[in-house]
Design a protein around this ligand. Structure first.
Ligand code: NCD
Length: 310
């Protein structure tokens, strides 16, 4: 039962519960019109303490397409946050007005803290360099629809694996399915954090390798998940400038990949995928952004306990 629950970490839901969300998302994709009043009278609050395009707009579009309404801020200085209000008090207040809340915050753990003082479901829309569970729902629905399976896949994750929260959440989620293998492609300085290596990959005995060159491994991959170098999480601008163009995916590299490999990216891209790649049939990142809206529609309905045929 997902009604009334929070989504803070990608492991908060069982794989069975995730399947429920994906099958609802697929029904919505098939016949969106049937759901246009599903959340009539319900209110979503978006609390964005950090910039966002896809996550915030896709949540807002999701709620509006379900017939619900949206309130919130995309710039914390326009709310009482600027006066020094705590997360705890902000969420207690928002709980009085809205039915469900989505929070993005630069501090790791902030949405978790909010969920402890909230009487409505809280969804983590990204907390610092930590987790991003709704991007993971997006990524999983994309994989389900385009690859048709969650198991037996060789997944290449490329770019900033240290600060990229979408990567951390996706590794956690895909580690639950059988026989997946990870190829972690990054400069030495931007390897996945120890806790992901030790507590997720090593603990579960999952096969993985860490490499620096994308062109050497691209031919083995079923999925290539590109990420941007996370400038805002660097302590030192020089280090960012040195690493920022570590990977640029162009057609020369894509031509070495399997015909049915899919290229994913949570977006925004900065420079890491050449525009020429967009025309290749393997490029799926804009489709992925669209799946993000559908999966959020399904998530909102499930957490609000809205009946499918309402
Ligand atoms: C990602 C994020 O915010 O972590 N963006 C998103 O939500 N699609 C990826 C990123 O910012 O690089």
């Amino acid at each position: 039962m997902l009604k009334g629950r929070h989504l803070i970490d990608p492991m908060d839901f069982t794989t069975y519960e995730l399947d429920e969300i994906f099958s609802l998302a697929e029904k919505i994709i098939e016949d969106e019109d049937r759901f246009k009043d599903a959340c009539r009278g319900k209110l979503l609050a978006t609390l964005f303490y950090e910039p966002s395009t896809r996550t915030r707009f896709s949540f807002e579009a999701a709620m509006l397409r379900l017939g619900g309404s949206v309130i919130g801020f995309s710039e914390p200085n326009s709310s009482s946050v600027a006066k020094g209000e705590s997360i705890r008090d902000t969420i207690r207040t928002i709980s009085c007005y809205a039915d469900i809340a989505v929070m993005r915050h630069p501090k790791e753990g902030a949405p978790k803290l909010a969920s402890m003082y909230s009487s409505i479901p809280v969804i983590n829309a990204g907390d610092g360099g930590h987790q991003h569970p709704t991007q993971t729902l997006t990524d999983l629905l994309t994989i389900k629809c385009l690859k048709g399976q969650f198991s037996n896949l060789t997944i290449g994750l490329c770019g900033d694996l240290k600060f990229g929260r979408t990567v951390h959440s996706l590794i956690k989620a895909m580690s639950r399915y059988e026989n997946n293998r990870f190829i972690l492609i990054s400069p030495k300085e931007l390897r996945v954090p120890d806790y992901i290596r030790k507590e997720v990959l090593d603990k579960k005995g999952i096969e993985y390798v860490e490499v620096e060159k994308l062109e050497e491994v691209i031919g083995e991959l079923d999925i290539l998940y590109m990420t941007r170098i996370q400038r805002e999480r660097f302590f030192n601008e020089e280090e960012y400038l040195r690493l920022k163009d570590s990977y640029i995916l162009d057609m020369e590299k894509v031509n070495r990949a399997k015909e049915d490999m899919i290229i994913m990216h949570p977006l925004p891209r900065v420079n890491e995928i050449d525009y020429e790649v967009d025309e290749d049939k393997r490029a799926c990142y804009f489709k992925q952004a669209k799946y993000g809206m559908y999966v959020r529609m399904a998530l909102i309905m499930k957490l609000l306990g809205v009946e499918e045929n309402a």
